[in-house]
Design a protein around this ligand. Structure first.
Ligand code: BGC
Length: 811
């Protein structure tokens, strides 16, 4: 009930104001109220408002949980404050607001006398990251693999209600950087290698969250595609690749879903730090796309607060008192016009007026059971069945009751990645628990053996000496126990099926490595798969591999061994239940890869220049904040040589074979495609396409349908094909058909013309392909564009300062 009141209040903010009579503001429009608030603020208050109020962090000892209300919690960045910062009213205010949502990543200041309330900003993206227990949802990569915008909207809505009920205002999500290279440590927080999938899934998430009456922060804007030297790396990238690949997803999310806020990234783009980049934050974001919310920095980003203010980075997070002083001094010395602060504040206040806190919403705790149900369902929808020889899966408890579960992650699931994208969940469901409750009988002796092994191995692992690294790195998976051929034989005699879980983690602050134990399986893991499969096959029984992973790994060298492979990603706190739902057939898998699995790492187009080349830093020592958290790496220069050829755009155009292509995923049923029909043979700015999808198998299932377009590529270089639209069917019963209809617009097929700084649709014949994956094309048709079309001109921004040696199919 209370939520409905809040939502309608947020929508009718102006009307609502009529009831706020006590401060004499009744009857005034929100704009007038904002003008009044800004006019009443002192310079000090203005500076305090655009600088966040700091970040509390408690550094837990071994086995302890994070607890920001603990008296040992430290306010990061305040230790450098000079003695002259003695504004006790400010300090008291800061102490007060941190109690609003303990464990939130940051807060904006409040000035009750002016009617200005604080905003509690909390991570994201896999759940509400606060001190209290909250729901750990599946990672972003899994959500994108569902190809289901309705589902993602529902997840967003659920997460939004959770934030609302805990007392938060804005969730620092979604993460929507492109998965440029398979090794980026934060890929798990991002959706896809494709900008359309990224944009549409992010827009659905933002719409869902914001329908609950709280805000989002789409991050990290932009071209932030690695963690090595993350605060200082310089992404050198062409205007075309920026517009088509790295900005496109943000553009879709901003235009379609109107996020309340955007978080600028740490890195430089073509030499200018994102949070100090006026072309990015003003010309592109506001000018070209019409963004109307506010921009906040990533935490401790940037080196020049005055430049950030001028560039249109409205709020500095998490904020430090010395930055407040710097802004006041800059205004007093004339190097910053006070009107810039006014402008930025006038972008923050309208969002403040939408927040629950402004509307005096009383947080009353959340029903975590309802969220758990959604999490369980969502996770099952985004798992991808990579292999299923002889229909090994599903396995029913009636026929395969006795399960031998191998691999540490069968007992200790890796439910999400580490760093700020982690969540303080109350519990997690292991695979064996899920199996047991799903009617299977996991072998108890084996469970005991793994239990002892995990306990002993963990006790012998040294803890990182730096506690911050321990928090940010989280749980590093333990090495696997050696499974000898005799243990494998024993288990094959005693069980009906083997399940082998391979676990991988990744997180903020570091990239993964193209090494055994990370991108590649190591010897112990390979032997485990070999010995177990060998023994089970000798006994006439199947072996299944579950990938409990944060991102892409190598599969080609070992995938022939087991009977089935299910990529379960990091499925959130209900992990064991969700995996059991899929392997038992309760849910038919319908996830498809939103990122390519290459044969080997060096096949990736980015492998040659990831994570870049070290360069000398020009930044002064002190503001380079990152050193407090992470080991310092030299600043990197990363040339995006692959240009527009990211992911499948590269593998297909350059004919590089892959292990599992973009859009790939099996089902327990089969789908037939028919009746592809185009609204017209000629494209005049919009084209309607429809296709029938029939469930031709024997169990109910859903199908993610992908529409690719191949352009003439005569005037402009083009990838062989690009995704132009996608949709997922509803649950189709055997024999049932659904007609899917797509509308393709000019911006879905346009390319960015750098010379004209505009989007252009080339004239000529286009092929349209409806695929079950990017390689499995089911139906094709043609359409033509009579004359070259201009699909919109934009600002001439973000140009590289140097010639880039760009990959090209035409060379
Ligand atoms: C991360 C952001 C996060 C912020 C607040 C930063 O280190 O890059 O994604 O939202 O911290 O926790």
């Amino acid at each position: 009930m209370k939520k409905e009141i809040l939502i309608s209040a947020a929508l009718l903010a102006a009307l609502f104001e009529l009831t706020r009579c006590s401060d004499g503001t009744a009857g005034r429009s929100p704009e007038k109220m904002i003008d009044g608030m800004v006019a009443s603020m002192t310079l000090e208050q203005k500076a305090e408002y655009v600088i966040g109020t700091g970040m509390m962090m408690h550094f837990p000892g071994p086995g302890e949980r994070r607890n920001e209300s603990d008296s040992s919690a430290r306010r990061l960045g305040w230790q450098n404050t000079s003695d002259s910062f003695t504004d006790t009213a400010y300090t008291q205010m800061v102490d007060r607001i941190r109690t609003y949502l303990p464990g939130a990543a940051g807060f904006t200041a409040e000035f009750p006398d002016l009617g200005i309330t604080s905003q509690a900003l909390s991570d994201g993206p896999a759940g509400v990251r606060i001190e209290a227990h909250a729901t750990a949802f599946p990672i972003a990569t899994l959500l994108a693999s569902s190809w289901d915008t309705d589902l993602v909207r529902k997840v967003g809505e659920t997460m939004g209600h959770e934030l609302l009920d805990f007392g938060g205002d804005v969730i620092l999500a979604p993460g929507m950087n492109i998965q440029r290279d398979p090794l980026c440590g934060r890929n798990f927080e991002y959706y896809s290698e494709d900008p359309l999938v990224t944009g549409k899934i992010a827009a659905a998430f933002v719409t869902g969250v914001q329908s609950s009456g709280v805000g989002t922060s789409v991050k990290h804007f932009a071209a932030n595609n690695q963690e090595t030297s993350r605060r200082e790396s310089n992404s050198i990238v062409s205007a075309r690749a920026l517009r088509e690949i790295y900005l496109k997803g943000f553009e879709i999310a901003v235009k379609e879903a109107h996020p309340w806020t955007v978080m600028s990234s740490y890195n430089k783009i073509n030499g200018t730090t994102a949070s100090q980049n006026e072309e990015l934050l003003t010309d592109v974001l506001r000018g070209d796309w019409g963004f109307e919310g506010y921009v906040m920095t990533d935490w401790f980003a940037g080196t020049d607060v005055v430049a950030q203010m001028k560039a249109g980075n409205d709020l500095i997070m998490p904020g430090r008192p010395q930055l407040i002083k710097q802004l006041i001094e800059a205004v007093n010395s004339g190097s910053l016009d006070e009107s810039v602060l006014d402008r930025n504040i006038k972008r923050i206040l309208p969002i403040m007026m939408k927040t629950p806190r402004y509307h005096k919403f009383e947080a009353a705790g959340h029903d975590l059971k309802a969220s758990a149900k959604i999490t369980r369902e969502a996770a099952a929808e985004g798992m991808v069945l990579l292999k299923n020889d002889l229909n090994t899966l599903p396995v029913s408890p009636a026929d395969f009751a006795k399960v031998a579960a191998f691999g540490n992650a069968s007992y200790e699931p890796i439910i999400g990645g580490t760093g700020s994208g982690d969540v303080n969940e109350a519990y997690s469901i292991s695979l064996v628990k899920g199996l047991r409750e799903g009617g299977f009988t996991p072998d108890q002796g084996l469970e005991q053996t793994y239990g002892n092994y995990i306990k002993e191995t963990r006790a012998s692992q040294p803890l990182p000496s730096n506690p911050i690294i321990a928090i940010m790195r989280g749980m590093v998976p333990l090495p696997e126990m050696t499974v000898s051929p005799s243990l494998a034989r024993k288990m094959a005699g005693a069980s009906d099926v083997a399940i082998i879980t391979i676990g991988r983690n990744a997180g903020e602050g570091g990239d993964r490595k193209a090494e055994p134990g990370d991108f590649y399986l190591n010897q112990t893991e390979l032997e485990m798969i070999r010995n177990i499969t060998g023994a089970f096959h000798a006994a006439g029984k199947p072996a299944i591999v579950i990938l409990n992973i944060a991102g892409v790994i190598e599969t080609a060298s070992w995938r022939d061994i087991p009977d089935a492979i299910l990529c379960a990603w990091q499925p959130g706190q209900e992990a064991g239940y969700s995996i059991t739902d899929v392997i038992s057939g309760k849910v038919t898998p319908s996830g498809k890869l939103a990122v390519t699995f290459p044969l080997v790492y060096t096949d990736a187009p980015t492998a040659r220049n990831f994570p870049g080349t070290p360069v000398k830093s020009d930044a002064p020592e002190e503001p380079r904040q990152g050193s407090a958290f992470f080991p310092r790496t030299p600043p990197m220069e990363v040339v995006y040589e692959e240009d527009i050829y990211v992911g499948y755009r590269y593998y297909q155009s350059f004919k590089v074979p892959v292990a599992y292509e973009f859009g790939y995923g099996l089902s327990y049923t089969q789908f037939e495609y028919s009746n592809l029909s185009l609204g017209s043979e000629t494209f005049d700015g919009e084209l309607t396409v429809s296709v029938d999808v029939t469930n031709a198998g024997s169990v109910a299932g859903k199908e993610a349908v992908q529409l690719y377009v191949s352009a003439p590529g005569k005037e402009m270089e083009k990838p062989v094909q690009e995704l132009a639209a996608f949709k997922k069917t509803r649950l189709l019963e055997p024999g049932e058909t659904e007609t899917l209809t797509f509308v393709i617009t000019a911006s879905d097929i346009a390319s960015f013309d750098e010379t004209a700084s505009s989007w252009s649709v080339e004239a000529g014949r286009y092929a349209l392909m409806v695929g079950a994956s990017s390689e499995k094309i089911m139906e094709t048709a043609d359409f033509s564009v009579a004359e070259k079309m201009n699909a919109g001109s934009v600002s001439r921004s973000l140009l590289p300062q140097q010639e880039i040696n760009r990959l090209s199919v035409n060379r």
